[in-house]
Design a protein around this ligand. Structure first.
Ligand code: DON
Length: 314
């Protein structure tokens, strides 16, 4: 069935996902898998999955929505939300909330800006968030994993220690970033402990169904829709989503907002999670990345979703 945008006052999510799959299938294999983490380079390129979890508890899927993938920087969203539940606005004394306009792993601004990372979604900012969590929890990465499990109601999300080890062995840039932040006095734990926890956190694997469900509290103004547990108040949830919109897809945040029009967070494993406020959370995964390290087909699929449903924030 072909969907026309004019018919979407009440979206038929399953028909729309089916249409997106039919458009994506001939393009499987576009983009490049991340290779700077050797273990991620072994992931077959031609894969795609997508899930929409609506706030009234319906789940719609297409493709490999149950295939587990490496969440990587998508975990930065949950680490930020967890840190925010504990520290609130105090976190902004240690990092900013402005788009960086630079690559996610860049060192350049850190020197100019005296060790205060631009935002929590570039690696520098995520390392400071890990440091904040490491001062609060015995193992910050376990706290993030438990938080994700709590949000999606599943114990399946887990560390992939092969990926964590692979990243740790090649984490020269993240060590350099962490050392620079430490030199400016903005890292309270040891560089080795923070980088190790950060790599483990990034190695968390989950599938699109779990990821969409885990992010639904942000679409639901801070409350987990399926058990009514309040994680953040509505104002805090708005703020986290705003940082996603402006910083969640790195130096492509402007292009992503232009094409998709939703707050989102991406990772080099090819996952992207997006929030439709008051309506649903969406997870998409396809390991082929574009030049900005965002999933090429994932971004395309989200753009089609908002065009076909008319549900973006604009
Ligand atoms: O620190 C890194 O480089 C990776 N663990 C995560 C980077 C990432 O996912 C950036 N995303 N697009």
């Amino acid at each position: 069935m072909t969907i026309s945008a004019e018919t979407q006052s009440t979206p038929n999510y399953q028909a729309i996902l089916d249409q997106i799959w039919s458009e994506v299938a001939p393009r499987l294999g576009e983009g490049k898998v991340a290779s700077y983490i050797p273990q991620l380079a072994t992931v077959p390129l031609a894969q795609f999955g997508m899930a929409v979890y609506t706030l009234d508890g319906r789940l719609f899927t297409t493709g490999q929505a149950q295939t587990r993938f490496s969440a990587q920087s998508v975990t930065k969203l949950f680490a930020l939300a967890l840190a925010y539940t504990r520290e609130g606005d105090a976190i902004w004394q240690r990092l900013g909330k402005e788009p960086s306009g630079t690559a996610f792993n860049s060192l350049v601004q850190l020197e100019y800006e005296r060790g205060k990372p631009r935002n929590p979604f570039i690696n520098a900012g995520a390392l400071v968030i890990t440091d904040i969590l490491a001062s609060r929890f015995v193992d910050s990465e376990i706290a993030v994993l438990q938080f994700i499990r709590q949000l999606c109601g599943s114990t399946t999300p887990d560390f992939d220690l092969k990926v964590a080890q692979s990243e740790l062995q090649t984490a020269h840039r993240n060590y350099a970033i962490a050392h620079l932040i430490k030199d400016f006095g903005n890292l309270h734990n040891t560089v080795s402990a923070v980088v190790r926890s950060y790599c483990r956190q990034c190695s968390i694997t989950l599938n699109c169904e779990e990821l969409a469900k885990a992010a639904a509290f942000l679409a639901n103004h801070g409350t987990v829709p399926w058990n009514n547990q309040q994680i953040l108040d509505h104002s805090s949830a708005k703020r986290i989503s705003a940082v996603m919109l402006t910083c969640g897809t790195y130096d492509a945040a402007g292009e992503f907002a232009y094409r998709v029009g939703l707050p989102a967070k991406s990772g080099v494993g090819g996952g992207i999670v997006a929030v439709i406020p008051g309506e649903a959370a969406v997870a998409v995964w396809s390991p082929g990345l574009d030049a900005s390290h965002n999933s090429a087909l994932g971004t395309y699929a989200l753009a089609r979703l908002t065009d076909l449903t008319w549900h973006s924030i604009f």
